[in-house]
Write a protein that binds this ligand. Structure first.
Ligand code: CA
Ligand code: CA
Ligand code: CA
Ligand code: CA
Ligand code: ZN
Length: 275
């Protein structure tokens, strides 16, 4: 056994010596930013999001939506190239030549399978909900001289790629989560969670943002007013979508006039005025 180990290590030495030393490569360095985070109750999502496993149902979702900007701080470009996928609209779920990508099941475009991981933690650091974030086109969206696009993907050194919070699946679904009570939470997003991209710095891939859940603030505006009441009235006399459905203020499984009355007591201004 001992002699075979020696042979293996000699072999490794020879093969690495024949390559350019890793320190000579100009590597990319991805780092994330969360420019916006918003908690919305009563949102309806597309069937595609359900098929992709982002939401468990279409109607009445409680979502932590967030924008995500990926910046390449490294000395080198991130070069992913042509993912080598078929036309995903016609071939849902198909594999691509680059194993990091696949055709999405329902979105009709390419997915970078484990682009990021997102989770929501409570104040004691326990994960209350999580979601795997797809990437689709990793490209130079904020860049003086863009080089990369959807058909040849990557991120130029010094440039950034952004995902707006309004995009499909750009959220964590809290609707089925128990114990999402008003209070302060932390949204944590980690890029390249499976470390499939070699980077100059692997230790700056996570970012955190604060999420406030305010009782009665159903549109994520930061206050409670007529607009929040409208969200309850629009769903009046329906069944709550889950234990994390924030419209069900008394948590009896129903959204009705009782919840509307509770909301009125929570409004920041008389008559639930908007300003
Ligand atoms: Ca990094
Ligand atoms: Ca990495
Ligand atoms: Ca509000
Ligand atoms: Ca209720
Ligand atoms: Zn997608």
């Amino acid at each position: 056994m001992r002699s075979s180990k020696v042979i293996v290590s000699v072999f490794v030495l020879v093969t690495t010596a024949s390559f350019v030393p890793i320190t000579a490569l100009a590597l990319p360095d991805l780092t994330p930013e969360i420019p916006d985070v918003i908690l919305i109750a009563g949102e309806n999502v597309e069937q595609g999001d359900v098929d992709e496993g982002c939401a468990s149902n279409m109607a009445g979702r409680t979502l932590v939506r967030f924008s995500l900007v990926t910046r390449n701080l490294g000395p080198g470009d991130l070069v992913l190239g042509d993912p080598g996928c078929p036309i995903c609209q016609f071939d849902p779920g198909a594999p691509c030549t680059n194993p990091l990508f696949e055709c999405s099941l329902s979105h009709g475009h390419v997915h970078f399978k484990s682009f990021a991981h997102a989770e929501l933690l409570n104040q004691s650091g326990t994960v209350v909900a999580a979601g795997r974030k797809f990437g689709f086109c990793i490209l130079d969206s904020e860049c003086p001289q863009p080089k990369f696009g959807c058909s040849f993907q990557g991120l130029t050194a010094g440039c950034a790629d952004g995902y707006h919070f309004s995009l499909p699946c750009q959220y964590i679904d809290l609707t089925d989560t128990t114990g999402v009570t008003p209070g302060t939470y932390t949204l944590r997003v980690e890029l390249d969670p499976d470390d499939e991209i070699l980077e100059a710095n692997e230790d700056n891939n996570a970012v955190e943002a604060m999420v406030q859940i305010i009782r009665g603030d159903l549109d994520g505006s930061g206050d409670v007013d007529r607009y929040d009441l409208d969200i309850i009235l629009a769903a009046r006399n329906t069944v709550a979508s889950g234990l994390g459905d924030l419209r069900d203020l008394n948590r009896d499984g129903k959204i009705n006039a009782v919840d509307a009355r509770i909301l009125i007591t929570l409004c920041d201004r008389p008559q639930c005025a908007t300003q």
